[in-house]
Design a protein around this ligand. Structure first.
Ligand SMILES: C[S@@+](CC[C@H](N)C(=O)[O-])C[C@H]1O[C@@H](n2cnc3c(N)ncnc32)[C@H](O)[C@@H]1O
Length: 387
């Protein structure tokens, strides 16, 4: 059909997607990787479609389309994914190159990278910024692209999916998916958080990053698999209170299902200690102790300070404690004594030894016991004097 070498002749995947485009296209449409223009044409023929932007990375493809397709509703641009795209769309269509790369010379029409899913991965990591809140993505891919991987990228970018169709052709299955922004993403975008990306999974929460007022933000959302109840509200409550004592990352806002705080760009305490000099490490440890003493004085127990490897981030030589989900009032908070325990055993104590920072274990245990019975400032100072 197409006469240009670099133009993808419509195949089964194209026809399958075209069927759904005819059904679902509306409003403003983006046809990514337009190739022969088959999807753009199908969309433009619908009355419900206002206009279509058809993009392709290959200049030859765009030249071919401009020459052969004359439809006032369609505009063609050469763009590597969203590089040259500026607006948001109601429907974004993509029949990506999805085969694992076999030749040294890359075939952009069919090959999606070494593993086959790289172009899809990049597309999905950017698509939210170009999709209206109630917009949809129509995506096709093959079983040769690893369905689990594609679904993982979809979920990590806070999208929900629905399989519209699956067809078996020769030695592969072709899947057509409809993707939508999930509720959490819509809520975050309504709060003006953009560029939301999955970051890490904890026992109780899922962590995402995003941009808020030109700064990087961390967003903690409830892990649907966790049975823990009310953790988000609890953490937000304590962060708000402790921020006034300069403790914890700065809380930006929160809701029932999520909270957002300023992202701390730094290293976990053990990684920091491994790379830093003796004096810098001592300063950081004393600063942590100081913050923990404030918590003790306020009768607040943060919990988990006997293994805080993932709970203290050092940024610009200042330690910031994170994860206040289990924080609570207590007549006998154990923050300082637990940290003493951490320093005298466990991973950090080995690193301290290797840096020739000696902490007298027996003395520290003795002083921690005295402090436990009488948590006064003078007893606290005796502990920090050991560092
Ligand atoms: C499998 S063809 C699909 C063509 C047509 N949409 C269809 O359904 O038949 C994939 C198209 O994506 C284009 N493409 C590959 N990588 C791209 C990228 N990074 N940005 C934009 N287009 C890309 C290729 O040039 C090719 O035209």
């Amino acid at each position: 059909m197409a006469s240009c070498k670099s133009v993808y002749d419509p195949q089964e995947d194209s026809n399958m997607l075209e069927k759904h485009v005819r059904r679902l296209a509306r409003g403003k449409v983006l046809d990514m990787g337009t190739g022969s223009g088959i999807q753009a044409i199908a969309a433009a023929q619908k009355n419900e479609v206002e206009n279509v932007l058809a993009a392709d990375i290959q200049k030859g493809v765009i030249d071919y389309c401009k020459k052969n397709i004359r439809n006032p509703k369609i505009k063609f641009i050469q763009s590597d994914l969203f590089e040259k795209v500026k607006e948001k769309f109601d429907v974004i269509i993509f029949n990506p190159p999805y085969l694992p790369q076999e030749l040294k010379l890359k075939d952009l029409t069919a090959e999606g990278g070494k593993k086959g899913y790289e172009v899809i991965e990049k597309f999905l990591s950017q698509v939210n910024g170009f999709l209206q809140p109630d917009g949809v993505v129509l995506l096709v891919f093959s079983s040769l692209t690893k369905k689990e991987k594609v679904e993982e990228f979809i979920k990590n970018n806070l999208l929900d999916f629905e399989e519209l169709e699956k067809r078996h052709i020769f030695f592969e299955d072709i899947h057509a998916y409809l993707l939508k922004k999930n509720d959490l993403l819509k809520q975050l975008e309504a709060k003006r958080i953009s560029n939301v990306k999955y970051f890490a999974k904890g026992h109780r929460g899922l962590l995402f990053t995003g941009s808020y007022k030109h700064k990087k933000a961390a967003i903690k959302a409830k892990n649907p698999k966790s049975a823990a109840f009310g953790r988000i509200e609890n953490e937000a409550k304590w962060l708000r209170r402790l921020n006034s004592h300069n403790i914890g990352p700065k809380l930006l806002f929160f809701d029932k299902n999520f909270l957002a705080y300023e992202f701390i760009e730094g290293e976990f305490i053990a990684d920091y200690a491994r790379k830093s000099g003796k004096n810098s490490i001592k300063k950081v440890i004393k600063n942590v102790f100081h913050q923990l003493f404030i918590l003790d004085s306020l009768n607040i127990d943060k919990e988990e300070m006997h293994h805080p490897l993932k709970h203290i981030i050092v940024a610009k030589s200042r330690p910031c404690m994170i994860d206040f989900e289990r924080c609570h009032y207590s007549p006998h908070p154990k923050n300082v004594t637990q940290f003493c325990q951490f320093l005298t055993s466990g991973k950090l104590s080995f690193i301290l030894k290797s840096k020739k920072i000696s902490v007298d274990r027996n003395k520290m245990i003795k002083l921690a016991k005295i402090y436990k019975n009488s948590p006064s400032k003078s007893n606290f100072k005796k502990i920090t004097a050991l560092i």
